[in-house]
Write a protein that binds this ligand. Sequence first.
Ligand SMILES: [Fe+2]
Length: 268
Amino acid sequence: MDMYDIHNHLIYKFDDGPRSLDEVVEMLKIARDQGITRVFATSHFQELIPVELEEDYFQKLTELQDRLEQENLPVQVFSGAEIFFHHYINETVKRSRVGTLAGLGKYVLLEFPLFLMPSGVPDALFKLKMDGFIPIIAHPERYSSVMENPEKVLEYLKYGALLQVNAGSLVGDFGRRVQRVAMWMMENRLVHFLGSDAHNPTTRTFRMADAVEHLKRHVDEDYVRDVVEHFPAKILKNEDIEKVNIPELEDQPGFLSRLKNKLFSLGR
Ligand SMILES: [Fe+2]
């Protein structure tokens, strides 16, 4: 089985991730031991992506790929960015190669402020879709607005976004509330990808194997495979992900309260 990790910080001295190439290799050995075979190195990027910054990114990515070959480490690394949300994101993404996963011009990993969701998010998601991009929301379970109103993600899905949950969230690394929301999303098949959001080999590392193990006890095994293998594989094939579970809000007035009841009855 192939296991993909579509969200992590593997480019050294670039963001708050690893500080040296040796540290990156150490991280990828952990990834390999967890069964991860393909990763997207999604460093943090802000509104502007200057040419020099992008060059620095790709130079370090090539350096990493060469080193992996020397070390015989069987993990493939593809380019990517975790882009901080802003209102002219379409322009940023159109102008940069790093802005879409593997530089294929389709999937965009978006991050939001943890404690304050900006206004106009559904509009912005829709605009990305209209321009032929597919927005992926990074770790929705970690945003305070989603923790308070988990059904918010249904709106994002409706506007064309896909959801990436952090492996660590599923096993409780970010607290019980985050874990409950993340598991609720998985149980309702609202999630499309797992990501490690690994930053270093010690305090924020890969938790994919543990998350998969945990998930297999609670959700259908085929679906677990979808989120770590089948759906992410489509990113590299530049294909759409058709199996998206979007509950029809208007048609099922009782649906939300049922979801909510289920969520809040867990562990309370
Ligand atoms: Fe991240």
